[in-house]
Write a protein that binds this ligand. Structure first.
Ligand code: ARG
Length: 568
């Protein structure tokens, strides 16, 4: 399709002799459609050209060549130049692209780049909580979108399968293992052991010491400790897998922190050689005070590795294995300082500069239920599996009331219930905290997943009613010049650009927002325009547009990790 932004930038560049690529980045899409399809703010040039923005706008306008097949008109409004795209061209291009491209919006712009997305990363023997759920769906959406844009994408689950907590669990298991039924309810039972041993550690320091000793033994590959640890791991993974299956999540690699144990010596050595390791109360640290980042602990006083050391080893391993351009860490914003420290220390590793520069912490906000935050140590936790099951059950009830005869009720309810939860997690800027409230999540009329699915199902029933699909080449595009059709055309045109924005900002909510806008635009179109009418040309054009909306809604929601129901 014609890249209108690029064309406009070319014209402006000819008029004022500035770099067209840079000018292109200035071009905006006006909030109000009355101000055209694209706007060029001249404020940014005022300083450089030593002129008032409005004067610059007028001068550019006079010098610009208007190719009427591309641009309808150019207007000056304040310090802006507003561009109006030739509607017919835009409409035609969108329809043809729709007809010719099976996977609309798919591209190859990422072809030579490798992106790692680390997501989910729950901790063994601890509950998979709604923070992990959020993390998982954000990561999966980013993964899908990068992949759709042609990037070589690798999804990694960095399991928390290592750390001092295993010393504690082993101690608890040694003491009371036979009192708990691990096979039946592994994580819940392990949690009980964990809570109990923690309480004991608080009272009795010798127990705490014993726990630390266990962890050291585990590091030294003591067979009893390893065997227990393997057991905890296997049972936990089985539980996590149930959730991944419900969500339709998969990873290219599941690599736990323990994988890096034998890769840690090299990290100490590299930091040693870079003269950045310092002794502090028996432990080894990297001092980042001069950068305002405190200190990053690398090795404990008893010689044990810690979270950061394993992360450094992981960065080095990933750089060597995948030679990545970007490595995204989808992790809660609570770890913001930690990741700043980590990325700073990673600068001392022997990996390519592009990898060092490609490390990104994708931060997301907490999820709160009306009951407040949940903590593992106190043991009061919402189980994600139950939450998802509850979503499905609630949707079943809603459907039974709305559409009692519906076939495949269970399957459809699953797509809607799970889809609603996924969408809710992606609907707002991900760094914002979220409050989980059933009425909001499942509202078929609100800005929700079910609303988008409902709109999609509506497009399908329009097509069913019509009983045919007209050919794109035969559409009379004049019939789509009303404002409702044009709003849809513009949105469909900007789909690929929307996906690019998601990857530029690592912000999947941009796509979620887009889908809401498209669904709303379709609702207005549907309410204002009769689709099945006397005028056959008009009907054909509207049917084709309806079909296009359905396609884009489906591709977009699938990219977010949501399936579309056939009926609702
Ligand atoms: N397992 C950690 C948690 O649940 C998150 C791991 C984040 N990733 C990392 N590379 N440090 O809090």
């Amino acid at each position: 399709m014609t890249n209108f932004k690029q064309k406009i930038a070319e014209q402006i560049s000819k008029a004022i002799d500035l770099d067209k690529e840079e000018l292109e980045t200035y071009i905006e899409i006006p909030k109000d459609v009355k101000n055209g399809d694209y706007a060029f703010p001249c404020f940014r040039l005022a300083k450089e050209l030593k002129k008032a923005p409005q004067q610059i706008a007028n001068e550019i306008k006079e010098r610009i060549e208007i190719d009427s097949t591309i641009l309808e008109k150019v207007e000056v409004l304040g310090g802006y130049l507003n561009f109006y795209i030739n509607k017919q061209l835009l409409t035609k291009e969108v329809l043809m692209e729709m007809a010719n491209k099976h996977e609309y919006g798919k591209s190859k712009i990422g072809e030579d780049k490798t992106i790692l997305v680390e997501y989910s990363s729950p901790n063994i023997a601890k509950p998979f909580h709604i923070g992990h759920l959020r993390n998982t769906v954000i990561g999966a959406a980013l993964y899908n979108i990068y992949q759709y844009l042609g990037y070589n994408t690798i999804g990694i689950n960095h399991l928390g399968d290592y750390g001092t907590q295993f010393g504690k669990l082993i101690e608890g298991y040694k003491r009371w293992g036979n009192e708990y039924n691990l096979e039946e309810n592994p994580i819940e039972e392990l949690m009980k052991i964990y809570v109990r041993i923690n309480k004991l550690c608080e009272k009795d320091k010798t127990v705490l010491e014993a726990c630390r000793e266990n962890f050291k033994l585990l590091e030294q590959k003591d067979s009893y400790c390893v065997e227990l640890w393997e057991k905890f791991k296997e049972l936990s993974l089985k539980e996590f897998q149930k959730i991944y299956d419900m969500l339709g999540i998969r990873f290219d690699a599941v690599i736990g922190e323990s994988f890096y144990i034998d890769k840690m010596e090299k990290i100490y050595e590299l930091l040693e050689n870079a003269h950045v390791l310092k002794e502090s109360e028996g432990a080894q640290i990297v001092d980042l005070e001069d950068k305002g980042l405190g200190v990053c602990m690398i090795r404990k006083s008893n010689g044990s590795s810690i979270y950061a050391t394993r992360d450094l080893a992981a960065i080095r391993y990933r750089a060597q294995t995948y030679d990545f351009d970007k490595c995204l860490y989808v992790v809660a914003y609570e770890q913001a300082l930690y990741f700043k420290q980590l990325f700073e220390v990673a600068q001392y590793l022997d990996i390519p500069g592009k990898c060092k520069q490609g490390l990104r912490h994708v931060q997301y906000g907490m999820v709160r239920l009306s009951t407040g935050r949940m903590s593992t140590r106190e043991g009061n936790v919402i189980k994600v599996e139950e939450l998802l099951t509850e979503a499905i059950r609630r949707v079943e009830d809603i459907i039974k009331e709305k559409n009692p005869e519906m076939k495949n009720l269970k399957d459809e309810a699953k797509k809607i219930g799970i889809g609603a939860v996924i969408f809710h997690n992606l609907a707002n800027t991900i760094i914002k905290d979220q409050v989980f409230d059933w009425d909001n999540v499942l509202n078929f009329q609100g800005e929700t997943g079910p609303y988008i699915q409902y709109t999609y199902v509506r497009t399908k029933s329009v097509l069913e009613k019509a009983g045919y699909l007209p050919k794109a080449e035969e559409i009379n595009i004049e019939k789509l010049s009303d404002e409702y059709s044009q709003d849809i055309i513009k949105l469909i045109y900007s789909f690929e650009d929307t996906l690019i924005q998601v990857t530029d900002k690592d912000e999947p909510s941009i796509l979620a927002r887009y889908l809401i806008d498209l669904a709303k635009a379709f609702s207005s179109f549907y309410n204002e325009n009769k689709i099945i009418t006397e005028d056959k040309e008009l009907q054909d054009a509207r049917i084709y547009l309806t079909c296009s909306v359905g396609k884009v809604l489906k591709i977009g929601t699938n990219l977010l990790g949501i399936e579309m129901p056939d009926k609702m």
